[in-house]
Design a protein around this ligand. Sequence first.
Ligand code: M6R
Length: 606
Amino acid sequence: MCGIVACVGREDSLEIILDGLKKLEYRGYDSAGVAIFSDDKVKVVKTRGKIANLRKKVAEQPLSGNCGIGHTRWATHGSPSTLNAHPHQYEQVTIVHNGIIENYAKIKANLEEQGNKFVSETDSEILAHLVQANLLQGKTPVQSLQNSLALLEGTWAVALLIEEQPHKIWCALNQSPLVLGKGRNGTYASSDLTAVLPYTREMIFPEDGDICELSSDSIKIIDKDGNQAERAPQIIDWNPVVAEKAGFKHFMLKEIHEQPRSVTDTFRGKIDRENFTVKLPELDLDFSSIGNIYLVACGTSYYAALIGKFLIERLARIPVYTDIGSEFRYRQPLIKQGDLLVSISQSGETADTLAAVKEAQKRGAKAVSISNVLNSQIPRISQFQLYTHAGPEIGVASTKAFTAQITALLLFALKLAQNRGTLQRKFREELIQEILALPSLMHQVVSHASHLNVIARRYGNARDFLYIGRGINYPIALEGALKMKEISYIHAEGYPAGEMKHGPIALIEDGLPTVVIATKNDLYEKIVSNLVEVKSRGGQIIAIASQGDDQIGEIANDLFLLPPTHYLLEPLLTVLPMQLLAYYMAVHKGTDVDQPRNLAKSVTVE
Ligand code: M6R
């Protein structure tokens, strides 16, 4: 999983590429490189580490020219090193690649037998050799790419320069993202449109198998059958400044604060405020004949799936199975024709979720994708698309995408319930009123962020955290623990509170911080009993409770109070202090909050 930026035009491309790569660092950041046509030669500069290192290196080895390609890498084949960094160059050909070439070892061995020498351990370098061999046989660049890619198994988005053909870039894709842009000063290619949004809003989404030829004022696309293809441009209305930090210290903090807006954007236009109904025209399904529903996702998106199960079963009374993406296809699932697989993926690229969708489709089920990235892989192969509108999420730790996913699942559950007649109008009306009021409550909660900062300071030396919740807030306990682990590197466990006495209570010892979600709902008395069990064994209680609760302050060591909302909407509020607590713990520890170690934003490998 890597990021690609390419551009050819009337301006110097180096700055455009470096700036674009910086925006794509969330895709991987262990090494980076750039190749620019300079005096009709392709010059490459690459280095280990982040884009800041690459900037330093190009300052020492100046480059300039109007046509170039760049790459930020997350290692899959070969260690993160300068030699393994892209671009890879072989004679006339220079390439950058995002994806995995599964059969590279065999091809590499064949090429080595023919005398080719490789300088990196990567799978990607073979493509430069294959294209070069075709060019030598007199093939055109498009034919050379077609012939070379036909030998490969796996996934790729590639951008390529050929030294004999200055001022042109060729790109190709297969199950890896690539977007093209056509602007006034040139044409662009990137793994994600945020990298080229400052230069154009006119985007083209090529299809798998397409080969694209970019010159300074045109984009030509040849489809997988070798025919010239027209791919209609789409105008993207995202503002480039939404992808900036807007004054916050980290993208994660900015994204936490954006949640009232992203939740609103996700339900915008989908609620009929007069009839208190939900409109989802994009889901043109026969809701009355759906068999079982499977919700499949990974990581934080899986916790959204657990909440989705709760909502769908409660509102629409249909059984729902939840599966982790990486498990689904290996357990011979019983999913069949008539069933529905709903995948949840912020990036729309997660390999395990993608494979689950394909498995379900193979078994005859239809697929709905809930995703945040327009035209990404999973929505593309799904029959139905329900987009969240969180905007670009740059922080590796998912925050606003999660609450947008819960919102989309809530709309989906309500739509199902509506069509199946499982809800009284009065109840629907009450719930929809509460949904409409929710963004302002979320705003109230995040505006008290500094209180979580104070609490985080108090537990600055903790080595472990326990999170407990019940009912619809149990997945929030899991999410709270995941957030703590991934950005502060502090060990944390999430449990359903009722499970404590079946084992985890043995962990409780003097001073262990335990975060308890104890909002005033039907399970309140039960969770207070669980909390007392922890407290009496020496645990330190951080309670997330409801405003007006006079009882809990006497037991808890620290308290964060939330405004009241409908029980089914509580996760959209209870998760906010979880995100903020993890954030401030990480800041106090001085970790790299937006790009935590060993992680990448999109996990496009199994
Ligand atoms: O893009 P996706 O929603 O499919 O990603 C799934 C997980 O990789 C992701 O949620 C991950 O767990 C995040 N780092 C959590 O903060």
